[in-house]
Write a protein that binds this ligand. Sequence first.
Ligand SMILES: [Zn+2]
Length: 448
Amino acid sequence: VSEFDLLIGGGSLATSAGLRPLDLGIVQGRVAAWLAPGGEAPARARIDASGLVVLPGLVDAHVHFREPGLTHKEDFSSGTAAAAVGGVTTALVMPTDLPLTLTPEDLRAKRALAEGRLHVDIGLQAAAHGPEHVAALAAAGAISIEIFLGDMPAPLPVADNGALEAILRATAAASILAGITPTDDGVIAAALVREQQPGDALAFCRSRPPLAEAVGAARALAVAAETGAPVHLRQISCRASLELLRAARVRGLDVTGEVTPHNLLLTDAEILRQGPFAKVIPPLRPEAELPALWDALRDPGSGLAMVATDHAPHTEAEKSADIVKAPGGFPGVQTLLPLLLQAVAEGRLDWAGLVRLTAEAPARRFGLYPHKGSLEPGADADLVLVDPKRGWTIRNEDQLSKARITPFAGRRITGWPVAVLLRGREVARDGKLTAATPSGRVLVRHHP
Ligand SMILES: [Zn+2]
């Protein structure tokens, strides 16, 4: 290259092997070269990253942006704005909107709604409760096929194991990842009868016990073993599911799982403090479940491959209902990176782990690597400049999601996302959007 469009110099490049003092040369929105620090390579523009860590833009594999049909809660513009200021440059959007994303026509209509309004890139995930549309959804660019085993409104739940087998045979044949939300309606029904004690705020948490998740995970993994389908387990929140996932990995199955920041960092005690604003499914767990989740995150052999938010916004009025009526979920895409920067500051995670869990692994698993999830030459220049020393506090008033109330409000963070670039162009700085026009795209997965 005779001249770079942009040179980011003086910083520490975060890779899945750790921090390295390297400058980045960017041409036409892509990383063109890694350069020894302090060189005088010609460039049309420069960013001085002295004292900063240069991270690959985060890939959040699990967000609900509520469009179409539920845009009083969130839409593509507000959801991707929250992502952008938080350092998430690729968000993978779940299919649980109105209508559900069940057919190639639904997928194309959703893509048309999103185009031109995105502050970061997205991918669209489709849902299946039978095998009939799987091949066409894969061909139409769906990032994954999502299967819900229970605890959802009709027609989503796949309670029938023959139907689950048929869907996984179809996803395996189409070489598309099946995302499975593991739960079990029978276990939940029994727990609901057993745990009904008026005035007991924790009854909701106990109504979705670890056993419901583990029984769902066991079903999913047994059918994955039989069909050979690659499977990704959503929102693992307890030790029992982790043990099943690890055993499946030992058998050589192509299976992974994700964990949310809130299941890593909050316990069921938050229900007593925050009421329905801390209601989420799977629920916040007792303190005793958390150490196994952290241990699995730090162990690349565990199969717990990534942190994903389950960003699930609702309005303040909806969340102000009583614990039974209030919907589950809260925003998360904007606080993912800050919470994990705090984990790095506390020594619970290292920079290599942060890159692996929030960028490289999700990009690989969902067919977006190496354009996403990496800053190797050739990758899209999606990156976050982080000041690892700056302290600040998460506040509801700074959230760009329409659901402004985060259960992490008031939490002290060390590590600040100074600026966020998408394809070499600044989209956010110091918690504010900066690009005049949205430049995000709808991604499709690479066919293996
Ligand atoms: Zn979700």
